[in-house]
Design a protein. Structure first.
Ligand code: ADP
Length: 420
């Protein structure tokens, strides 16, 4: 009789080990654990709050949350664990209570593990001196066992129904936290894919666009020489549309560069007023209704990326024209003091409501929203402009009175060596 009991116990233990091996190493379960992106992540207050609360409410010296990897229990959060586990944040003892829980997919409640023949030889009991234990499995919404939320004590303990309920509630909170992390990580990944896609797509668009523009210009010259006015007008329109497309693709490429931290500046010394005048002259040619007035022509030397600064000026002026369809004037002012140079672009257009003003420098932000087609655009120009100015350690500002008009400005401090 005694022999039979012994046999059946060792059979039970073997079964227990087999089951642990089977469930812990299940590739789908391991993928779910990896998917949380929590393995080997640092200590986090939101998880620590829950383990601290578990120990406080249940009056246990130790509580922890584990995620079960193939060959270890990763301790995501803990309260009271002894060294070296507390610092190592992993338990490699085998079999562990946590492994038992996830392989049996149910809570494990032990009053005194030392007297339970199924658990009394577990390393936590023989090596760590654990006596009482209560652990709840953590499941993903689709039923994959990730790990456990558990409390333990060094003395025997009768766990009450209320205590188990509290632990179960805390385990649910842990799971909510894990799910939030998983969703956030997925969103981040999708954003990365989107950024990568924008990068690849704009790069692929750039090459055919450049050659289209080159062919158009060759044709423009040829047709101009032949004197065919009608065809030339068509070609000129085509060229203008290609330029717009080129700018849009350029903006997308710039955004990719900014996101990757690759927006490089090629600084040089140049005459800022001359640059502004050149841009105004150029933009005046295509402005059908607006006169662009340069009010102050003080000469200002600047040490900056001429092309990038020109891009900001162009963006300000083209916005001023675009968002003031009923006006006929845009004013550009340059003010240069001993310490800095400032450029302001004022329009008399639709203006921007106060609560939207701060957001105009955000990526993809458009006051009119996506569905509004009145003013075409991607919502990138001001984002890129603000990044360019930021990289020059300058200031960028928007002021506006809704319905009356806006003023966009930037200023850049003079480099001390500029005038030497
Ligand atoms: P886009 O003009 O392509 O939408 P921008 O980044 O240049 O992108 O501008 C972001 C948003 O700020 C615009 O969609 C517009 O709503 C608002 N905005 C920019 N400039 C002006 C302006 N001069 N007047 C009124 N609104 C403006």
């Amino acid at each position: 009789m005694q022999k039979k009991k012994k046999n059946s116990l060792s059979e039970q233990k073997q079964k227990q080990l087999n089951q642990i091996q089977k469930v812990v190493t299940d590739p789908e379960r391991l993928a779910a654990v990896k998917n949380t992106q929590l393995l080997d992540t640092p200590v986090e207050a939101s998880f620590d709050r829950l383990t601290r609360l578990a120990s406080k409410l249940l009056k246990t010296p130790i509580s922890f949350v584990t995620l079960l990897d193939k060959d270890r229990d990763f301790v995501k959060s803990q309260f009271g664990l002894p060294e070296p586990i507390a610092t190592a944040r992993e338990i490699r003892a085998h079999p562990s209570f946590c492994q038992h829980i996830i392989s049996h997919t149910e809570p494990l409640i032990l009053e005194d593990a030392r007297t339970d023949p199924l658990f009394n030889d577990f390393p936590s009991v023989t090596e760590m001196g654990v006596v009482a234990y209560a652990g709840i499995p953590l499941f993903t919404p689709d039923g994959k066992a990730l790990g456990t939320c558990c409390v333990l004590d060094y003395k025997p303990r009768k766990w009450t129904k209320d205590e188990i309920e509290i632990l179960t509630e805390l385990a649910s909170s842990v799971m909510t936290e894990i799910n939030l992390r998983t969703v956030a990580a997925q969103l981040k990944k999708e954003m990365q894919y989107k950024d990568e896609f924008i990068g690849i797509a704009s790069h692929e668009l750039k090459t055919p666009l450049t050659s289209l523009k080159a062919y158009t210009q060759i044709l423009q010259k040829k047709v101009a020489a032949d004197g065919n006015e009608d065809v030339l007008r068509g070609l000129n329109k085509m060229d203008r549309q290609l330029s717009k497309l080129n700018m849009l693709v350029g903006d997308l490429l710039d955004v990719t560069k900014i996101e990757r931290g690759n927006l490089k500046l090629n600084k040089e010394k140049f005459d800022f007023s001359e640059l502004a005048s050149e841009i105004i002259e150029d933009m005046q040619k295509t402005a059908e209704k607006h006169t662009i007035v340069l009010e102050q022509k003080s000469t200002a030397l600047m040490h900056a990326d001429r092309e990038r600064i020109g891009q900001v000026i162009t963006n300000f002026i083209s916005n001023a024209i675009k968002y003031s369809p009923k006006a006929d004037k845009v004013i550009v002012q340059i003010a240069s003091s001993k310490n800095k140079t400032e450029l302001r672009v004022q329009d008399f257009g639709v203006g921007i409501k106060r609560d939207k003003l701060e957001k105009v420098f955000e990526r993809f932000y458009r006051v009119s929203g996506l569905q509004e087609n009145t003013f075409p655009g991607l919502g990138l120009g001001l984002y890129i402009s603000s990044e360019i100015i930021k990289r020059h350690k300058g200031d960028i500002k928007a002021e506006s009175v809704y319905g009356k008009g806006s003023t966009f400005s930037f200023s850049i401090a003079h480099n001390k060596s500029l005038h030497s």
